[in-house]
Design a binder for this molecule. Structure first.
Ligand SMILES: [Zn+2]
Length: 397
């Protein structure tokens, strides 16, 4: 089965301009082709290419591939609209209502650009995208569950809610896992590695101790800087990783088992929520934590798949500031790191548990990943301070 995964693109103001310019030109080409396709009822891609290709290339300065893709979008849009109207008319006919007719399609200035592999390729962390101004490489957010790049059939560039996204169509073999009625929410942290919405906390005390011990040793060796010291450094970092890996194996196993035993799915937050919360200053520490978080999430995903447990990744923005009882969101709900006290309904409790409950609840809504921002990046819209109870659809920022 095919499914669409939304990948957030991170573009500098300069690159955003390039994407906008390309998007506008591409859709202008679609708008140019559309009346011809409509008036001549030419909805076959090959037929329309024959008729319009050279004009589109000349007029819009698109590459050969991009000109073809614009024409293909027009032909495809007409065919799918015609199919939709046909299906709708069957019902209207049965009801004795007036039937719908196909009309000329107009294309929005910032409508999707339907790329293919020749003009957009996905790397491990970066997407290589054709623009009018040459190719650009942009970082994108990649969920742990994202399959190998080879499984991507098509990628559309979409502008939505002030940000650029890639909608990647992928073949997903895991679709046989049915949607569970409930989720076990997992909140990831530094002091407490993981807290579940059942209230079980996996302490990071042991790993922190190891990290600190090696940390001091590391600093001393780094200062030394000799060849021997460098070799020791390498060994230490290997040992530390192996220890953390063992801990992550144990935690992920227990989490998946808890979900499996109660026929629930596992809900995790995407990295934005975690990065919003953890203020790590030292470079090594940050890198180490990111690696550890990523590994734990990967282990959970892997073990869950083997156990037939569905894993959903939700938008982690403000999970720690939102009240799991009434939905009120405010940074003031957190008097300190460990405590949650709702300013609105006075609900009080452990902050990680409150976040885990929010994560579990967000997984139950249809669209798990909403727009959210990384620190230091600004979106057009400001986050809302107060939100409706979390039974409502996932909040967008
Ligand atoms: Zn509340």
């Amino acid at each position: 089965m095919q499914s669409v995964t939304k990948l957030r693109l991170y573009a500098s103001p300069e690159d955003r301009e390039k994407l906008f310019a390309t998007m506008e030109r591409y859709n202008a080409a679609c708008t140019f082709v559309s009346p011809v396709a409509f008036s001549e009822k030419q909805f076959s891609n090959i037929g329309l290419q024959k008729q319009m290709y050279s004009t589109v290339r000349e007029r819009f300065g698109l590459s050969a591939q991009m000109a073809q893709l614009a024409i293909r979008k027009v032909a495809g849009s007409y065919r799918s609209t015609r199919e939709a109207i046909k299906a709708k008319n069957k019902i209207l006919k049965a009801l004795g209502e007036p039937l719908q007719v196909l009309s000329e399609i107009s294309f929005r200035e910032h409508g999707a650009v339907c790329y293919d592999a020749r003009v957009l390729s996905l790397g491990k962390n970066r997407a290589n995208i054709w623009t009018l101004d040459g190719r650009i490489k942009l970082r994108y957010s990649r969920p742990d569950y994202f399959p190998p790049v080879a499984a991507v059939k098509q990628t559309d560039l979409v502008y939505r809610d002030g940000a650029f996204w890639l909608y990647a169509t992928v073949e997903s073999p895991d679709s046989e896992i049915p949607e569970p009625a409930e989720y076990l929410g997992v909140d990831l942290g530094v002091v407490t590695i993981a807290t579940t919405s059942d209230g079980i906390a996996y302490s990071g005390a042991a790993t922190e101790k190891v990290r600190k011990r090696y940390g001091n040793l590391r600093a001393a060796l780094q200062q030394k800087g000799t060849k021997d010291a460098k070799e020791k450094l390498r060994k230490i970092s290997g040992r530390e990783r192996r220890f953390k890996t063992d801990v992550n194996h144990v935690i992920s196993k227990q989490i998946v088992r808890a979900a499996e035993g109660t026929k629930r799915g596992v809900a995790l937050e995407d990295l934005t929520g975690i990065l919003q919360r953890t203020t790590v200053t030292k470079q090594y520490r940050e890198r180490h934590h990111k690696w550890a978080f990523h590994q734990l999430r990967t282990f959970i995903a892997y073990k869950a798949r083997k156990a037939g447990v569905l894993v959903k990744v939700i938008d982690g923005a403000y999970t720690s500031q939102q009240c799991s009882v009434c939905g009120y969101t405010d940074s003031g709900n957190r008097p300190d790191q460990a405590t949650f006290v709702c300013l609105q309904c006075r609900h009080a409790g452990n902050a990680d548990l409150n976040a885990a409950k929010n994560i579990a609840a967000r997984a139950l809504v249809n669209e798990p990943i909403a727009v959210c921002s990384l620190p230091g990046e600004r979106l057009n819209r400001k986050p809302v301070k107060s939100m409706k109870p979390i039974k409502a659809p996932c909040p967008r920022f």
